[in-house]
Ligand binder design. Structure first.
Ligand SMILES: *Cc1c(COP(=O)(O)O)cnc(C)c1O
Length: 488
C-alpha cells in the first residue's frame, strides 16, 4: 500500500516513509491510497493489544512485527491492560482514554509512535538521527516527551505556548528528564506554535541539519492517527460483550475536538467497516468547527479564546484536511482550499461536500460556564468526575440527545484526567481554589475521593530542568542552534 499527499496524489511514500516524514513535501498530509476494510467481527473477542496490532498492520502493512512493536510500546505503561476502559455513567458511556503515563489521551498514540518511528528508520535504512519537533497545546508535549525520552536514534524538541497551558501541564513538561529532550516556551498561542513548526519543516533541508532528519509527533503524522482508531473498535466490542448492542447496530461517539485527530480516527474506524453512527464534534468557545460543519465556511479570522479546556483552543484544525480528502478524493480541490486558508484565512466547500459532511458528523459547542455546570451536575448525579475537555463533550452530547432518540448508545470520549486541570474542576464543584495548583489537586482529592494519578502526584517533587522562552520568530534559529549542539 502507498501513502499519498492530500494535495498531490503523485507525491507518494511507503507507510514507513510516511511515518518518518510526518508531513508530505508539499505541506499536505499523508493518506493511504485506499482505506483497508477489516473483518472486524472476528476481532470482537480480541484483547486490546491484539486488536491494536491487527488494525495497525492493515494500515501500515510494511511493518514486519507489529505485534512486537505494540507490546513493547504499551507494556506496563497504562493503569489497565485493556488500556482504554469503557465506563457506564448514567445512560451514557465514557471511554476513558487517560489511563496512560501522562494522564491524557495522547498517550494512546505516543506510547507507540516512537516504536513506529524507530522501526521505520530501520526499514528505510536511515543512518541519521531523527529530530522530532512537536508543537503542543499542552498534552501532546508531555506525552511525546514520555514516549521519546532516551529512545536511541532520536532527539525531541517540544514547543508550547507561553502561559497557554495549565500549571500542571507546564510542570509535567519542564521537569522532563532524558538526555535527548528540549522543552521551549514560545510567546504566542498554539496556532502560532504549530505554524512555526510547519514552517521549519517547509524551510529546512538536509544541509541545514547535518546528521539529523526531521519528523513530527503531532497528529499530522499518520503514525499518531492510526493507534487512535483502535479504541473505537474496542469500545464497540465492549458494548457488544455487555449486551448493550447486537453486532452490526450503530454506536454514536461524541469527541472533544481540537486538531480533529481523535474524531478523524473515528471516521477511519467507520471506513474500515465499524458500524459507527454519528460522530459528534464537540468544541469549546473556539467554535470554528461548529461553524464549519453547520455552514460549509471555514474561517480562522476570529478571536482566539483561552478556555478551561486548553487542549481544544485551536483555530486551525489540521486533520480536517484529511477528511476533505477522503470525502472528495480530489487532491487539487483540497490543495485549493488549503491555499485559500493560508492566503485568505478562510474557505468555503461546495454544497455537495457540505451535505456529505453533515451526513456523517454532528456538531456543537459550549463555553466554560456550561462545561463547568456539567462537571458539577455529573458529579452530583453520578459521582463521576469529568475533566473540562470531557465536560465539553458531555454538554454537547446533551444537546445531541435532545434531538436524537434512536436508542443507540452514546459514547463520550474522555481525553484527560480531571487532575490535569484541577483548578477548573474544583471551582466547577463550587469550592474555593487557591493559587497553588498542587494544593488544589489535594483539595480536589479531599473533596471527591477520586484517586490522584501517580505521575501527577509525583510532579511537585521534581526539579525544573527546562527554562527556555523565545519569540515565535526565533523557532527556526532555536532548532538550528540546538541541532548543532553535541551535548544536550
Ligand atoms: C489533544 C486533546 C484534545 C483534542 O484532540 P484532537 O485530536 O486534537 O482533536 C482534546 N482533549 C484533550 C485533553 C487533549 O489533550
Amino acid at each position: 500500500m502507498k501513502y499519498q499527499s492530500t494535495r498531490n496524489r503523485a507525491l507518494t511514500a511507503s507507510p514507513a516513509a510516511a511515518v518518518l516524514r510526518g508531513i508530505a513535501p508539499d505541506g499536505g498530509l499523508y493518506m493511504p491510497e485506499a482505506i483497508p476494510v477489516l473483518n472486524w467481527q472476528s476481532l470482537l473477542e480480541a484483547d486490546t493489544l491484539t486488536l491494536s496490532a491487527r488494525i495497525l498492520s492493515a494500515l501500515l502493512p510494511d511493518y514486519p512485527d507489529m505485534d512486537g512493536l505494540v507490546r513493547r510500546g504499551y507494556a506496563g505503561k497504562f493503569e489497565t491492560e485493556e488500556l482504554t476502559p469503557l465506563v457506564k455513567v448514567g445512560d451514557r458511556y465514557v471511554l476513558e482514554l487517560f489511563r496512560g503515563p501522562t494522564s491524557a489521551f495522547k498517550d494512546v498514540a505516543l506510547s507507540l509512535l516512537p516504536q513506529l518511528i524507530s522501526q521505520a528508520r530501520t526499514l528505510e535504512n536511515i543512518r541519521d538521527e531523527m529530530l522530532i519537533l512537536t508543537a503542543t497545546s499542552g498534552d501532546t508535549g508531555k506525552a511525546a516527551l514520555e514516549g521519546f525520552h532516551d529512545v536511541p536514534g532520536t532527539k525531541i524538541i517540544v514547543f508550547y505556548p507561553y502561559g497557554g497551558v495549565s500549571a500542571v501541564q507546564q510542570a509535567q513538561m519542564v521537569t522532563q528528564e532524558g538526555a535527548n529532550v528540549k522543552v521551549c516556551a514560545v510567546r504566542g498561542n498554539f496556532d502560532d506554535t504549530q505554524t512555526g513548526v510547519k514552517q521549519i519543516f517547509a524551510s529546512c533541508d538536509e544541509e541545514d541539519l547535518p546528521g539529523l532528519r526531521l519528523s513530527s509527533a503531532n497528529s499530522i503524522n499518520i503514525g499518531r492517527l492510526a493507534p487512535q482508531i483502535v479504541y473505537y473498535f474496542k469500545a464497540y466490542a465492549d458494548l457488544v460483550r455487555r449486551g448493550r448492542i447486537r453486532v452490526g447496530e450503530p454506536v454514536h461517539f461524541c469527541v472533544p475536538t481540537g486538531n480533529f485527530g481523535d474524531i478523524l480516527a473515528g471516521y477511519f474506524a467507520k471506513r474500515m467497516g465499524l458500524p459507527v453512527g454519528r460522530l459528534i464534534c464537540a468544541s469549546n468557545r473556539n467554535d470554528v468547527l461548529t461553524d464549519f460543519l453547520s455552514t460549509g465556511v471555514y474561517d480562522k479570522r476570529r478571536t482566539f479564546y483561552k478556555t478551561t479546556s486548553p487542549s481544544m483552543d485551536i483555530l486551525v484544525s489540521s486533520n480536517l484536511e484529511r477528511l476533505l480528502s477522503l470525502l472528495t478524493g480530489d487532491d487539487s480541490y483540497v490543495a485549493s482550499l488549503m491555499k485559500d486558508l493560508n492566503e485568505q484565512g478562510h474557505y468555503k466547500v461546495t454544497e455537495e461536500l457540505l451535505r456529505k459532511l453533515q451526513s456523517e458528523f454532528s456538531c456543537g459547542c459550549c463555553d466554560d460556564d456550561a462545561a463547568g455546570r456539567t462537571i458539577g451536575k455529573v458529579w452530583a448525579q453520578e459521582k463521576y468526575l469529568l475533566d473540562p475537555h470531557t465536560a465539553v463533550a458531555w454538554t454537547v452530547a446533551d444537546q445531541f440527545s435532545h434531538t436524537h432518540h434512536d436508542g443507540a448508545p452514546v459514547v463520550v470520549l474522555s481525553t484527560a484526567s480531571p487532575y490535569k486541570f484541577p483548578a477548573a474542576v474544583l471551582s466547577a464543584l463550587g469550592q474555593r481554589v487557591s493559587d497553588d495548583e498542587f494544593a488544589v489537586m489535594d483539595d480536589l482529592h479531599a473533596c471527591t475521593g477520586v484517586p490522584v494519578p501517580k505521575n501527577l502526584a509525583a510532579l511537585r517533587e521534581k526539579p525544573v530542568r527546562h527554562r527556555d522562552v523565545i519569540d515565535r520568530e526565533d523557532m527556526l534559529s532555536y532548532v538550528l542552534r540546538k541541532a548543532g549542539e553535541k551535548q544536550w
